[in-house]
Write a new protein. Sequence first.
Lengths: 113, 111
Amino acid sequence: GDSVTQKQGQVTLSEDDFLFINCTYSTTTYPTLFWYVQYPGQGPQLLLKVTTANNKGISRGFEATYDKGTTSFHLQKASVQESDSAVYFCALVFPGGNYKPTFGKGTSLVVHP
Amino acid sequence: EAAVTQSPRSKVAVTGGKVTLSCHQTNNHDYMYWYRQDTGHGLRLIHYSYVADSTEKGDIPDGYKASRPSQENFSLILELASLSQTAVYFCASSDERFEQYFGPGTRLTVL
């Protein structure tokens, strides 16, 4: 069945380091992909959306890319700041399905000054 | 600005008691969702709805019921609360683009 895997449970970086988070999916169709960010004590908020039409999204210095060949999608940022410390979730909605979104387990990013 | 509100923001319940969590959105969205969040499990979908008066089971519906009496309101009902249902619960809404807007969450503790 359709599924998404987000293996990196925690990533620890220093300010100005490069961030790369990866999710893989299993599906027979091309999904619409999302990245959400959750700050402590808050609900998740949408960070980026990537569709099969654009293959890439950019927001707040973050970039998401979609690799249909390897059925994976990535979130990256060239230079992280301490304020980027949060939990990042990938999520998918599979077209032609029952509108049920699927979330990865989340990656906790800790950025040290 | 999209707005999803949840009530109560925190709740302590006794085992076997009934708990109702409420969600209200002013986004004019057709889709609404209920998730629970536990450490190490991310967000898990309990129930969702894409039209008023209709609900669908998510990935972990056992022990939960949902009600969508109007486009704006979506409730999650625990008829017989159990210790294992202690968690943070999030409601969200979206339109047909599936960009979800989340509420601030309800922290439920079952004793």
